[in-house]
Design a protein around this ligand. Structure first.
Ligand code: ADP
Ligand code: MG
Length: 357
């Protein structure tokens, strides 16, 4: 078990800076997910923690000890990659035992550790098979087994589920989460998939272009995104966002946009006339008998929910919004519907920097 700290971490490849001073702490036993679009520096940060990549500036600490100059093998971490990186000529058992053999661990201890990991991951019946005789999901479990066998201070995962089909990905997601609940090993997990981040993390670190946009629990980020980037990155379908002007008159607050007044509640910052972005999640838009008129463009029933693509206004100023309805609707493309909005569900961001107001 261990804590991890990043302090003012920078990384440059030659003249190109890709990490611009990142700092945060991970508590003992915590499951932290680094999420962000491809190329934002997630793998680079993880590889610096693993000791696979040099740190240009700043410090990384494991258990309050600076590890910058410690070799990867001495950091007591285990990493699981997207490509499972199993040795093809070794059985599952030998793949899992390999790192302990390298360390010249006692044979009995090695066998015990392998058996224990095999039990946790249901790999028992597969121990004598070779990687080519396994499915993708089974290979990924072996890669995890190999990490467990080492009983490391910290687990690192870099997009471990990206090569699996959608159904298996969901199953493995739950398996990794259950594994963490059982072992409680400090874990840093990298993904570009915000749903993976939301469902697995104790805390999420949202990265973008080599900086941290926001850190928080999944629901903190969902309910109170600190800026426009996080607002649109977290949540699926994405938050609806459009430009407007803040109206503060007679104690009431609203945003005028797309020819209507959009309600806002509980907003302290922001002044009358300020340019803003108005955000509302698809699930927070509701249909009503009266309200803001919108035209139905597409109706997508998925059973439990119905997704509606709506258009507000015509011509150059038209804006499309997504509405998710729990249940079903008779609305058809071409129909006019009306939107009712709870102002407490609105998110308002500064029109310049995109910070939450
Ligand atoms: N070995 C390398 N040499 C030069 N540039 C690199 C190298 N590895 C990564 N980069 C660059 O660093 C940035 C961050 O990459 P990476 O950490 O792999 O992003 P992510 O994992 O978030 O997709 C990207 O712009 C990428 O092109
Ligand atoms: Mg990566």
């Amino acid at each position: 078990m261990a804590t991890v700290s990043f302090r003012k971490i920078e990384k440059a490849y030659g003249p190109v800076k890709v990490i611009h001073g990142i700092g945060f702490d991970i508590a003992d036993g915590e499951f932290v997910v680094l999420v962000g679009p491809s190329g934002c520096g997630k793998s680079t940060l993880l590889r610096m923690l693993a000791g696979l990549e040099e740190i240009t500036a700043g410090e990384i600490l494991i258990d309050d000890k600076v590890v910058n100059d410690l070799e990867s093998k001495d950091r007591d971490i285990a990493m699981v990659f997207q490509s499972y990186a199993l040795y093809p000529h070794m059985t599952v058992r030998d793949n899992m035992a390999f790192s302990l053999k390298l360390r010249k661990a006692d044979a009995k201890l090695t066998a015990e550790r392998v058996d224990n990991a095999a039990r946790i991951l249901n790999l028992g019946p597969l121990l004598d098979r070779f990687p080519k005789e396994l499915s993708g999901g089974q290979r990924q479990r072996v890669a995890m087994g190999r990490a467990i066998v080492r009983d490391p201070k910290v687990f690192l995962f870099d997009e471990p589920l990206s090569n699996l089909d959608a159904k298996l990905r969901v199953a493995m997601r739950a398996e990794i989460k259950a594994l963490h609940q059982r072992l409680k090993t400090t874990t840093v997990y990298v993904t570009h998939d915000q749903i993976e981040a939301m469902t697995m993390a104790d805390r999420i670190v949202v990265m973008h272009d080599g900086i941290i946009e926001q850190i928080g629990t999944p629901l903190e980020l969902y309910d109170h995104p600190g800026n426009l980037f996080v607002a649109q990155f977290i949540g699926s379908p994405s938050m609806n966002v459009f430009d407007g002007v803040l109206q503060r008159e007679g104690g009431a607050t609203a945003v005028s946009a797309l020819g209507s007044l959009w309600p806002v509640a509980g907003l302290r910052a922001g002044s009358h006339g300020q340019k803003v972005h108005y955000g509302i999640r698809p699930g927070d838009l509701t249909l009503a008998d009266a309200g803001i008129p919108a035209e139905v463009v597409v109706v997508e029933p998925t059973g439990a929910e119905t997704e509606l693509l709506l258009q507000i206004g015509n011509g150059a100023t038209a804006q499309q919004l997504v509405l998710v309805l729990h249940g079903r609707t008779n609305a058809q493309p071409g129909d006019t519907v009306h939107l009712a909005i709870d102002g407490a569900k609105a998110h308002v961001f500064d029109g310049q920097g995109g910070q939450r107001l």
